[in-house]
Ligand binder design. Sequence first.
Ligand code: HEM
Length: 471
Amino acid sequence: MPAIVNQLKSMEIPGEYGNWITAIQDRIQFYKGNDAFFQTKKDQHNSTVYRSNMPPGPFMAKDPKCIVLLDAKSFPILFDVSRVEKKDVFTGTYMPSTSLTGGYRMLSYLDPSEEKHTQVKTLLFRLLASRKHHVIPEFRKAYNTLFENMELEIAKDGKSDFNAGNDQQGFEFACTSFFGVSPSSTDLGTSGPDKAAFWLVFHLHPLVSIGLPTFLEELFLHTFPLPPIFAKPSYNSLYSYFSSGATHALDVAESLGLSREEACHNLLFATVFNTYGGIKILFPGIMKCLAEADKSLHSRLASEIRREVKLEGGKVTMAAIEKMELTKSVVYEALRIDPPVKFQYGKAKVDMTIDSHDARYDVKKGEMLFGYQPFATKDERVFENADKFVGDRFVGEEGKKLLKYVVWSNGPETEDTTVANKQCAGKNFVVLVGRLLVVEFFLKYDTFTGETASTIAGLTVNVTSVTKATS
Ligand code: HEM
């Protein structure tokens, strides 16, 4: 048999890091707009793999130098934990102080080679499995409240801020579905989402712009960490909810050899940062795709959803949702076109080569790899009309073949999250709740209109009208 010859030519990775001033210049460009920042350098180097500084740089990150990966072929190296180390890289080249998480390194920062990674991820798998029958009812309760409020606001003001309602109900839903205790019925009251958002700022401020003048943002957000002490009161209130509400999960944690205290900080992090933080971004993303889609998509979704629910005797069940091909495709497409977590990092564990579609590159052990996911999942060499939202892209046999390129969970959609990898522990939960949002919405409404805006601080959706279900 002839030997398989790799046709790709070896190339030097283009791009220069410059000095610390270059790192600051790079970060200022980055905050002006992520897509433009990566596209400009991609065009300049005529390559989807190149060297660049990544924010925050001085003085928060020891080393801002990264090898940037922008295509669907090179990006998956970041999932290969045999070649890439995922220790302390969850937020990238800097790591927020562990004072924000009770002095512990949270699961998201652990490499699978660390024993604690297996223990804590197992705890989350057990939690999700034990609560699986609560997800649909708790979701329906929380989001029907959101829809009722939305209708009242539209009647009064002509529009309803979906993000605000989603923040309130997303937090309520996440906590109640995981622990069976409504946070708003405890001392936390309705302050949970604000306290959570405030605490999240202390983790993520080095990566975001909130639209203030550059010199103010440079001084207050991008050069030094915000002192964790200011987040303490909010964090302590959240912690009280988890230490009293999550008793069953904490018992399970002890049986797995974890201390109740470390487990409680991890449950808080998984619920507030991973789950609530994820829903805060994903759900407006889905609503944006639907608001901007052709109205015929609304009627196709409504008829699919109502047909399958009717066949289940009027109940929203897992079996019914599993049969909703178009609904599933819409959620995958929303996750593809605008992945909620856009940045992935990993450090080369060994010398290796990385292939893009066009060339092969040598990477040295210890170099930091960074993938900008929106470019990898909008790679024209994989997806036709990659920049366009195509609701039924993943329907049918041909559509399903593309699912391996949907990687929002830090791994292909066709693979399972395990204790041995770094794929999102909540992968199945997330696709389920994404589908539930679409299902609940189109059980209630035939169609809707909305105004969407992509601001520097994120995506906002205002629902301006809804047409109640007629069949
Ligand atoms: C990891 C996305 C919801 C728990 C991750 C990663 C991504 C991600 C991209 C990998 C980060 C990296 O290492 O580079 C999301 C999104 C969500 C979501 C977009 C919602 C829209 C959840 C939920 C849970 C969860 C509901 C609840 C258990 C975790 C954990 C990890 C993780 C524990 C670390 C996994 C490990 O260390 O092996 N998630 N996630 N996430 N996610 Fe999620």
